[in-house]
Design a protein around this ligand. Structure first.
Ligand SMILES: [Mn+2]
Length: 267
C-alpha cells in the first residue's frame, strides 16, 4: 500500500507528458471541464470511463472551492497512474503557479511537504492537447504577433493566457484586457475573430475548453468554441449549484463535439 505522499511522488516521477500532447485521431474521448472538488461528479465520470473504451481528457481546475478537493486530486492521480495511456490531465489556472487564483483554499488543506509535492506534480501537467481536428486547453487562445504554430503553445510565456483567458463571443476586436480577472490587464478576452485566425493558422476545426461560466458560454458550442463546466450541481461549491454539470463526448476522427449533461439519478 502506498501512502499519499509516496503515491504522489511515484505518479509525479512517472509523468512523462510533454507540455503539449498529441491525442489519437481514432475513437472517442470523454472530455471533462472544471471539477473544483466535486467528488460526486468525478465518480460518475469514472464510471462512464469504465463503461466505455473512450479516452478520458480533463481540462484542468481540479482543486479549490469544492468540499472534497483532496479526494478529487487523489482520485485523478490514481486514474492517471493506472491508465496512463487513456487518461490525460491538462493544467488549469488553479494548477498554474504563474498567477494565484482567488480564492485558493487548497493551500490550507495540505501540509508544507504535501504542498511542494503537489506543486511539482502540477508543474508537470501539459497545457494543451490536440489532434488533427481539435485543440483542447483550459482557458483560451493567447495573444501573439504573427502566425500561430502548434509547437509555440508549449512556451512558458504563453501559459498564463492559455490557462486564464475567457471567450467573449460578442467582442469585435481580436483581444481585449479582462480587468475583472486581472487589474493589470494581462488576462484577456478572446473573440471569435481570434478563434477564426487561430483555427485557420493551425488547420483545426474547433477548440474545446473549460474555465468559464460567464457570458452565456458554459456548456455550449459557440462559433467553433465548446466550453465545458463540470463542477455544477450538488456535491460541489455552492456558487456552482445552479449550473448543469456537463461533459463532452468527442468523435476524435471527425472532430464532432457533443455536450451532454452528466447522468445522475439524483437530478
Ligand atoms: Mn479555470
Amino acid at each position: 500500500m502506498f501512502s499519499n505522499t509516496e503515491r504522489l511522488e511515484y505518479s509525479t516521477g512517472r509523468m512523462e507528458e510533454e507540455r503539449i500532447i498529441k491525442l489519437t485521431n481514432k475513437g472517442h474521448a470523454i472530455v471533462v471541464g472544471d471539477i473544483h472538488g466535486n467528488f460526486e461528479n468525478l465518480k460518475i465520470i469514472e464510471r462512464l470511463f469504465h463503461e466505455t473504451n473512450y479516452i478520458l481528457l480533463f481540462l484542468g481546475d481540479y482543486i479549490d472551492r469544492g468540499p472534497k478537493q483532496l479526494e478529487v486530486l487523489k482520485s485523478i492521480i490514481e486514474m492517471k497512474t493506472e491508465y496512463s495511456d487513456q487518461v490525460f490531465l491538462l493544467k488549469g489556472n488553479h494548477e498554474s503557479n504563474i498567477l494565484k487564483p482567488c480564492p485558493h483554499d487548497f493551500d490550507f488543506l495540505v501540509s508544507e511537504k504535501e504542498k511542494s509535492l503537489y506543486e511539482l506534480f502540477f508543474e508537470k501537467l501539459p497545457v494543451v492537447a490536440f489532434n488533427n481536428n481539435l485543440v483542447f486547453l483550459h482557458g483560451g487562445i493567447p495573444e501573439i504577433r504573427g502566425k500561430y504554430k502548434i509547437g509555440m503553445l508549449k512556451e512558458k510565456r504563453l501559459e498564463m493566457e492559455i490557462v486564464w483567458n475567457d471567450f467573449n463571443p460578442s467582442l469585435r476586436e481580436m483581444f481585449a484586457p479582462n480587468y475583472e480577472r486581472d487589474p493589470l490587464g494581462r488576462i484577456k478576452y478572446f473573440s471569435h475573430v481570434a478563434v477564426q485566425k487561430f483555427l485557420k493558422d493551425l488547420g483545426k476545426l474547433g477548440i474545446v475548453r473549460g474555465h468559464q461560466y460567464s457570458l452565456g458560454v458554459a456548456n455550449k458550442c459557440i462559433k467553433h468554441v465548446c466550453t465545458l463546466f463540470t463542477a455544477g450541481g450538488k456535491g460541489g461549491y455552492e456558487w456552482y449549484e445552479g449550473i448543469e454539470p456537463c461533459i463532452a463526448i468527442v468523435n476524435l476522427s471527425r472532430g464532432n463535439v457533443c455536450i451532454e449533461r452528466l447522468p445522475n439519478e439524483r437530478y
